[in-house]
Design a protein around this ligand. Sequence first.
Ligand code: 5RP
Length: 226
Amino acid sequence: MSNAKLNAAKSVIPLIPKKGAIGLGSGSTVAIFAKELGRQIAAGEVDVRVVPSSYQAYQLAVEYKIPLTNLDIDPILLLTVDGADEVDKDLNLTKGGGGALFQEKVVASASERLIIIVDESKLVDYLATRYDIPIEVLPFSLGVVRRKIIDMGITPTVREAQRKMGPVVTDNGNFILDLKFSEPIMDPAKVAVDLKMIPGVVETGLFVGMTDEVHIGLEDGSRILK
Ligand code: 5RP
């Protein structure tokens, strides 16, 4: 386990509320946080339940005996702790490296605060610098979405599964297109809207204006961007 990810996860521990519902993001950094959350719950230090943002997050909750809830019972979450693939200087994010961007965005939107935990390698000046932008696409619409994306000057690639033939199928039964931009994104809000306006695009991995704090893990500590 990387020390930087561990330090990012540790940095957010003091923000865990004593009681209530929170969102549990996805990824390897969140997995470290989930383990500590489970320990605190088992020790009776906090009385927290979570809405998982993916099947992986659900599995983490089950593994660490974290009580589960959902957005029907708890439509307002005190906070969500999640990871990211890129964080720009305005705290906009690229997410979806693990294919979970759609439910992650829904859970984030239900949260009073979105706290992101990353190691320093995720920091960029502009999004799409070191990571392609994933979008979730309805399989029925794949051909037309791909054509419209190419018309926008962006190169889409269907994300292929690793140990199954064919495309990655998301928790919602959709496909992921990874979008290669010819240059970094200067106006992520506009790009997010333009992409989302294409019928068949279920959601984008651009999280614009949603983040409250980014906890950056370093090899020997952490720092916080607000
Ligand atoms: C999954 C995500 C993850 O939060 C993101 O990929 C970061 O993961 P990690 O903490 O493993 O680097 O968006 O869809």
